[in-house]
Design a protein around this ligand. Sequence first.
Ligand code: ADP
Ligand code: TPW
Length: 570
Amino acid sequence: MTTETATEQIDGFHLIIEALKLNGIDTIFSLPGIPITDLLRLSQAEGLRVIAFRHEQHAGNAAAAAGFLTGKPGICMTVSAPGFLNGLTALANATTNCFPMILISGSSEREVVDLQQGDYEEMDQLAIAKPLCKAAFRVLHAPDIGVGIARAIRAAVSGRPGGVYLDLPAKLMAQTMEVAAGRASLIKVVDPAPRQIPAPDAVQRALALLKGAKRPLILLGKGAAYARADADVRALVERSGIPYLPMSMAKGLLPDTHDLCASAARSYVLAEADVVMLIGARLNWLLSHGKGKTWGGDAARQRQFIQLDIAPTEIDSNVAIAAPVIGDIGSCVAALLAGMGAAWPKPPADWTAAVADRKDKNLSKMAATLALNPSPMSFQSALSAVRDIVKANPEAILVNEGANALDFTRSIVDMVQPRKRIDVGTWGVMGIGMGFAVAAAVVSGKPVIAVCGDSAFGFSGMEVETICRYQLPICVVVFNNNGVYRGTDVNGSGGTDPAPTVFVKDAKYEMLMQAFGGVGVRAATPAELHRAMSEAIAGGKPTLINAIIDETAGTESGRITSLNPAARKK
Ligand code: ADP
Ligand code: TPW
């Protein structure tokens, strides 16, 4: 099907597709409906890969994950109003996480929307999207499609990456223009994410502070993973000899098994460090805002921060930053390495020895817990199987969501390669599971393991059909403890309704995957879980493993119990 006519016209549909292709976009995550159905059909016909979902939020989450994993903006296309709103959560989440994505939604005609005349799925989408994303644009005329898409791409990937909304009214798609002029109006974006070189004096300030440190610590965040400066980040850690802590999505940037990895001594190093260098990590709630008990109490520890970030306004967001270094992580780390030279003094041996000692103690404690084999499984015993599988398949991408299922997986399952772990991120949002898993499989072609709490899985569970439809090599492991956090709550009124946190007991989640032709397995022991996961990875078939976890095992809110108002009162 083509809408190019004998008079050499090109329509809006084709201009959009050509603009995307011109900029290296090869995949669209979507859910059809007017006017997107035709756009998707034509995109597929023109060689773009179209992955169609069952709910727009998961298409949006897939686009966000694709953005993080590839460094190119992930594209999500939805219909107007409700479809747009379903995609908006993912757009806002992408922006919060600094993932580049573009949500493209069809919309009603401005004339009708602005007079509120009640169009089919009428909504002022641009106005609604604007406060929730990094940038929002609308294209009204076909000759502006090239500019619209160029601006969206630049806004998504330059500086601090984020989500961009692009509003395309239905009428635009049908507009035509002369084909040569149309093609000439498209823009191939040159250098979409320009390097940003840090100022030399900022680099010197940071090095001077680092050199004087008695108990230095490096904190790697997902911004460092996103920046793809893996070799230089590793060189910086190794040449400086400074212990480092990876945030959850920075795990594997250096192997978690690295001598200088201080994850197993996290509480100790955060409380004790005197100079902390943040590399692509924000001092938000995930780092207790850089103050308080986690950081050894407020009682005048002379801790100072160095922060490497592309966003100058991030500096001093929570505590004073003594040495900001503003630029892209690759350029900042390279400048620090150049400034350090070959003969950089190692940190005092008593510090590195104390960290190593603490680490050893904690690791042997953890090994003892992992070796236990209780029935039903604990989070730890189940994760000992997952840990072995991930170790044997370092190229696999691990998707992770839940509360306890998240916290335990993060601390137990080592990652050894960069950008192999994607999870609930900055918001701790549930529902990213299947969207992230689909994107990971599609963009990497590698096996994907999704470890999800049973509650978390429920948010996107219907996408197992999508996984089966595209025959993706995804192994979903549902940690089934019969509820949100655990399965033991009772209705405080004594009434017959279940408590708000509990689910149907002993639910057969494996049957969901079987319903669509995939493999479904129940695993009640670590050995069964290990076997089912090995087979899933070897066979590459869509698989769901219902891992039976002790329903009394979880704690409320996992490790963020302290944020619960009820727990705070106690
Ligand atoms: P984490 O949750 O892992 O601690 P955050 O999402 O809080 O990480 O922080 C990521 C930080 O990295 C953000 O402040 C963002 O501005 C920054 N960032 C993202 N990409 C780059 C890049 N290419 N270069 C420098 N900084 C970056
Ligand atoms: C969009 C609140 C945080 S964690 C969680 C919820 C509902 C589920 C925890 O249970 P799960 O894991 O997944 O079974 P486990 O291992 O502890 O038993 N809505 C959204 N996001 C969040 N974070 C919530 C609600 C929440």
